[in-house]
Ligand binder design. Structure first.
Ligand code: HSE
Length: 447
């Protein structure tokens, strides 16, 4: 490890918890960039120790053996530790270690989206009580600076919607289905062979990873507490080649979106105007190919933010991987180290707006529905009646003949999700309907 002296400044000591894909890159960069980091912080930042599960595990970086320890709690409790980087992931022991670190007077940088989405308030309150920083830029969309822009750069604006592609694995799979005509299973196998998808791909494919990130984005964008349990979640394992072709036919592409938006709840307080709530959801959706998010290919991430004054902003880049994620961790580390030196803190939790989270059934969306039907008089009218019965207005209908049958592709105007799913349920029960072959929400249009 190189030694850096910034004249007269006592080194800040950092404990690194975890030395896996991200942790090893944090350790490497802390060593390689030591001089620049010291100059930027105004004091050297030195590793006090690296907590690992096994001392003899193979790792991507050489860590001096006297820095390695299996006693993570002992490490974060040391008097000389000023800063703690948590890159273990998962709920426990990460939560106990972060709480112990804060109680011990250290500021914390974490990449732990699952913990923040499940129990963020406990951590924020502990940081507040300790008067220390809790930063977590790396928890959402890897290297992409998105949390700091929401927390700081846009703090004087009013964010109205956040649309994110925040899971690289699912974006890779959907991109292969779109560009190579691959089926879901084939594209998943390719993602696994390339190391994007885990052997058990559930967290990515079923939207759990994106839902945790959606909760964090929504909390910051709307100054409210939103947890993973508040997020409506649907994954991509039911997306078919037919859905992808249907999207292509209407100039769209299928993406797994994390969506957080301000919505009217209809409820009023004290007879005043209705307080906006938030809708937070993760599901596959068709977006027009002209939308900036449609150009996000392969395993890249992007977050599209709409705000009243700034208008539309897009943040794009690598959303995973050791070095990209370590870049975000180190950015936070430099910030909290500067704050620590100056005896100050950065922004803490902002949840003053306390907005209600709207149930999915009340969220207004648009649907694309492809239906195989008999090709005879009265069928189109009957299908239109099913939409009308549930108060859903049709925007476009396209019909393609298929011998004695036809396929109808209906795109609705906005209606509540409950109205739309009731319509689809009725369509599925109708004798003239052979099959409802594709149902997908439509996002990113002007309506
Ligand atoms: N597994 C995630 C992805 C990265 O595929 O984007 C970590 O959140």
């Amino acid at each position: 490890m190189s030694v850096v002296t910034v004249e007269g400044q006592k080194p800040l000591k950092v404990a690194v918890l975890g030395c896996g894909v991200v942790g090893s890159q944090v350790v490497r960069l802390l060593d390689e960039q030591a001089g620049d980091i010291a100059a930027r912080v105004g004091a050297p930042v030195e590793i006090a120790g690296v907590a690992v599960r096994r001392l003899d595990a193979p790792r991507d970086v050489d860590v001096p053996s006297d820095l390695l320890t299996t006693d993570a709690l002992g490490l974060v409790s040391r008097d000389d530790v000023d800063l703690v980087v948590e890159v273990i992931g998962g709920i426990e022991p990460a939560r106990s270690l972060i709480l112990a670190a804060l109680e011990n007077g250290a500021s914390v940088v974490t990449a732990n989206k699952a913990l923040l989405a499940e129990d963020g308030p406990t951590l924020y309150e502990a940081a507040e009580k300790a008067g220390r920083d809790l930063y977590f830029e790396a928890a959402v969309a890897g290297a992409i600076p998105i949390l700091r822009p929401l927390r700081e750069s846009l703090a004087g604006d009013k964010v109205t919607r956040v649309l994110g592609i925040v899971n690289g694995t699912t974006n890779y799979i959907l991109d292969k289905m779109d560009t190579q005509g691959a089926g879901f299973e084939e594209a998943l196998e390719e993602a696994q062979a390339l190391g994007y998808a885990e052997a058990d791909p559930t967290a990515d494919v079923e939207g759990f990873d994106a839902a945790a990130k959606a909760a964090i984005l929504a909390s910051l964008a709307f100054h409210s507490r939103v947890t993973a349990a508040d997020v409506h979640r649907e994954g991509i394992s039911d997306v078919t080649s037919g859905d992808v072709r249907s999207a292509t036919d209407m100039g769209s592409v299928v993406k797994l979106l994390a969506i957080a938006e301000l919505v009217s709840t209809g409820s009023t307080t004290g007879g005043g105007p209705a307080e906006p709530g938030v809708s937070v959801r993760v599901h596959p959706a068709m977006i027009p190919r002209t939308h900036p998010l449609a150009s996000v290919r392969e395993a890249f991430n992007a977050v599209f933010v709409e705000s009243e004054a700034a208008g539309q902003l897009m943040f794009y880049g690598p959303g995973a991987g050791g070095a990209p994620t370590a870049s975000a961790v180190l950015g936070d580390l430099v910030t909290v180290a500067r704050n620590h030196r100056q005896g100050t803190r950065g922004v803490g939790e902002s949840a003053y707006a306390d907005r209600a989270v709207l149930p999915m059934g009340e969220t207004r969306t648009r649907y694309h529905v492809a239906i195989d039907v008999d090709d005879r008089a009265g069928v189109l009218a009957a299908v239109a009646t099913a939409f009308a019965t549930h108060g859903v207005s049709i925007q476009t209908v396209r019909q393609e003949g298929r011998g004695d049958d036809a396929q109808l592709v209906v795109v609705s105007h906005e209606a509540t999700d409950a109205q739309l799913s009731a319509t689809v349920a009725e369509l599925r029960d109708m004798d003239i309907v052979h099959d409802v072959t594709s149902v997908m929400r439509v996002e990113g249009t002007d309506e």
